[in-house]
Design a protein around this ligand. Structure first.
Ligand SMILES: Nc1ncnc2c1ncn2[C@@H]1O[C@H](COP(=O)(O)OP(=O)(O)OP(=O)(O)O)[C@@H](O)[C@H]1O
Ligand SMILES: [Mg+2]
Length: 259
């Protein structure tokens, strides 16, 4: 089997600061990967490189797209989305004045096929596509347990539910790779346990490769098959949860923090 993602010697400099330094990774299809590291280690910056928010200073990001290898480093975010990449954000980014359902529908409109004239003239195709969008969006909301709240404003949802809505919106892109930036942040233990189940479920159902950044070590150690560890922009370790727990470089990086 070919890797779905290969990162080769990736570097991102901000002026004199090297936020991501010579990072390499190899991810196989369907893996559930953790990305951990102390605050400021470069985790979100790495996601921003992988999703096209930033251009790499150096290095390659290769993605397997329909059997052929594409270099996606430096492409525009919408292009990377088209290749099947979706994400959620550390600082939740929802359309706050839209309903829960609308937030998912908006993400789906890039997948539909009618032209502007069809939409303007409200031709039958427009209505059937609209119905399809609505039904799919409702399916994703059921998946994350928010169907009952579909008509509420996104901004009125509690924090944990906003995070799950972001996941529904990411699923609507029909991704192959899903990046989750601190999905459990702000969640209580019950919500975190539910989130763990949700991540397992959607990975199976939609054949996803999932890479998640998380500070909640019990979640990471529970759920991830393999973990990468960043420290000051450098990838200092990569292994199974047990290997990572016992890795001396990791313990040193987290000195004073419980893992
Ligand atoms: N756009 C930017 N311009 C300048 N410096 C940046 C920029 N984005 C990130 N940085 C810096 O790069 C470093 C890595 O930041 P990043 O947000 O990637 O860390 P992180 O591992 O996600 O941390 P946290 O766990 O706190 O979210 C930090 O020193 C940060 O201040
Ligand atoms: Mg971050």
């Amino acid at each position: 089997m070919e890797p779905v993602l290969e990162v080769k010697n990736l570097t991102k400099n901000f002026g004199g600061l090297c936020a991501v330094s010579n990072v390499s990774m190899e991810i196989m299809p369907g893996e559930l990967i953790g990305l951990i590291g102390p605050n400021g280690a470069g985790k979100t910056t790495l996601f921003n490189l992988l999703t096209g928010v930033y251009e790499p200073s150096e290095g390659l990001i290769e993605m397997n797209v329909d059997g052929s290898k594409k270099q996606i480093g430096g492409l525009k975010p919408y292009k990377i989305t088209d290749y099947g990449v979706a994400r959620t954000f550390q600082n939740i980014r929802l359309f706050k004045s839209m309903t829960v359902l609308e937030n998912v529908q908006v993400a789906m409109h890039r997948n539909i096929r009618y032209g502007t004239m069809t939409a303007l003239l409200r031709l039958p195709k427009y209505y059937s596509e609209e119905r399809w969008v609505r039904e799919k969006a409702e399916e994703y909301l059921k998946e994350v347990g928010l169907y009952g709240k579909r008509n509420e404003l996104a901004t009125n949802l509690p924090y944990g539910e906003q995070r799950r809505l972001e996941i529904a919106r990411a699923l609507a892109i029909q991704p192959k790779i899903l990046y989750l930036d601190e999905p459990a942040a702000g969640m209580n233990p019950q919500e975190t346990a539910d989130l763990t189940n949700l991540i397992h479920k959607i990975r199976e159902k939609y054949n996803l490769t999932v890479i998640l950044i998380e500070h909640d070590m019990s979640l990471v150690m529970n759920i991830c098959e393999r973990i990468y560890v960043l420290d000051y922009g450098k990838m200092i370790a990569n292994g199974t949860p047990d290997e990572i727990k016992n890795n001396e470089f990791v313990i040193k990086a987290y000195l004073g923090e419980e893992i």
